[in-house]
Design a protein around this ligand. Structure first.
Ligand SMILES: *Cc1c(COP(=O)(O)O)cnc(C)c1O
Length: 411
């Protein structure tokens, strides 16, 4: 097998500029003429923000999930911020959340004076929040639990829902990895289960460029609770009682301001992109599943390595292909070799408690989170990836494993 070299620089002026100079990028968009046409339609309409496209996107998203309310917002971080505010979290409160997560859920807590309390993950094989550790983190100030469905794999929701009911805590899903995933309660053997985004009081989605449903920037909040939906809509747009679209249509002539809100609106261009991407989501999530199965076939036999969720019985949105190296040094070597072969990787995520801005917060033992954070690698995964590309990635990893025998099988 020839080892491809990464291109040194972006193409010179005059040559077509592709976004990535990686031989195999970490993620790639499935964008085509439908997205172009959707944007053109909005441009021709000359109505650019919070109009019919946003309304249609919200309705279609709510129907897809089987949830009462979907409120489109500027991004996933805004979705989290508004959720905390709509739920009435206040300075001095505590929110329990996983130590392995993107920083947004913790940052938004600090932004409103709420303390993030980090709970450990279950283990290397299942890097989602450990229900037993949630219970250990509960104090008289605890008001909420944030779960994050890592890589698109739903957390242990039945246990977490029980804990939240027992202690009177609100449950927030950071569902940014998991659009389109369904939660199957293995105990109840539910044949159909409920969609991620309907499993707590409120759920947050992101449509950032590398997410399963991508609009560049964008986000959305879902809830079945009418009072929360009303507050979210007000907070999204300055606390104003009517939108400019309603006034434009003649449905309202004036407005009142009934609370202090923000401008976290989504524009029409992105909503139009979101509607196209939503139509492609089921197909693209199952394409991702095929890629993940191909990876698992090659990687699970490697002794000393862990392929998270390889034996997971439920459904997933397959947002990330994570792999845990035997140790930190091996990870460093593999990442370097992959980079030299033009293969892009990432780390999802460092342990939140160890970031400079969070180090002062006292948190208890986060053994599994720290183990995971020091050895996890995120491998390329996107709907248009080929099985040949999967094999290229795996062959480089094999060079660092003891099972050189299996390496030959790939050639
Ligand atoms: C992407 C992401 C966010 C933040 O979303 P933005 O749209 O980038 O603000 C929050 N949490 C998780 C788990 C994410 O993956």
């Amino acid at each position: 097998m020839t080892t491809p070299k990464p291109r040194k620089s972006f193409p010179k002026k005059g040559r077509s500029l592709t976004l990535s100079n990686w031989h195999i990028p970490l993620s790639d968009l499935d964008y085509g003429s439908e997205e172009t046409m959707a944007v053109q339609r909005v441009l021709q309409s000359k109505w650019l923000s919070m109009g019919p496209e946003v309304q249609a996107f919200e309705q279609e998203f709510a129907e897809f999930l089987g949830v009462k309310h979907a409120i489109a917002v500027a991004n996933g971080t805004a979705a989290l911020h508004l959720s905390y505010l709509a739920l009435g979290l206040e300075p001095g409160d505590e929110i329990i959340q996983p130590a392995i997560n993107f920083v947004a859920a913790a940052n938004m807590a600090v932004a409103i004076g709420v303390k993030p309390v980090f709970a450990d993950i279950i283990g290397l094989n299942e890097p989602t929040i450990d229900p037993a550790d949630i219970e250990r983190c509960i104090s008289p100030r605890t008001k909420a639990v944030v779960v994050m469905h890592y890589g698109g794999y739903p957390c242990r929701m039945a246990e977490i829902q029980t804990i939240c009911q027992q202690y009177g805590l609100v449950l927030i899903e950071d569902a940014c990895h998991a659009v389109g995933a369904r939660y199957l309660d293995s105990q109840a053997r539910e044949p159909h289960g409920n969609m991620v985004g309907t499993l707590g009081d409120i759920a947050c989605f992101s449509f950032f460029s590398n997410k399963n449903l991508a609009t560049g920037e964008g986000g959305l909040v879902t809830t079945n609770r009418d009072n929360l939906a009303e507050r979210l809509r007000l907070l999204r747009s300055h606390g104003m009682t009517t939108l400019s679209w309603e006034r434009h249509k003649g449905h309202a002539s004036s407005y009142d301001v009934i609370l202090h809100g923000y401008n976290y609106r989504l524009d029409e261009l992105r909503a139009a992109l979101g509607r196209v991407q939503l139509r492609k989501l089921k197909r693209n999530n199952s394409r991702r599943q095929q890629i993940v199965l191909a990876y698992q076939k090659h990687l699970t036999p490697l002794s000393g390595w862990t392929v998270p969720f390889w034996d997971y019985l439920g459904d997933s949105a397959h947002h990330l292909m994570a792999l845990v190296a035997p140790d930190r040094e091996t990870r460093t070597h593999v990442v370097k070799a992959l980079k030299q072969a033009g293969i892009q990787t990432s780390f999802h995520y460092p342990c939140l408690a160890d970031f400079t801005a969070f180090r002062h917060l006292t948190s208890h033992d986060l053994e599994q989170s720290r183990l995971f954070a020091q050895s996890v690698i995120t491998l390329p995964l996107f709907p248009t990836m080929t099985t040949d590309q999967v094999e290229q990635v795996c062959s480089h990893i094999y060079e660092f494993s003891s099972l050189t025998k299996l390496k030959d099988d790939l050639h």
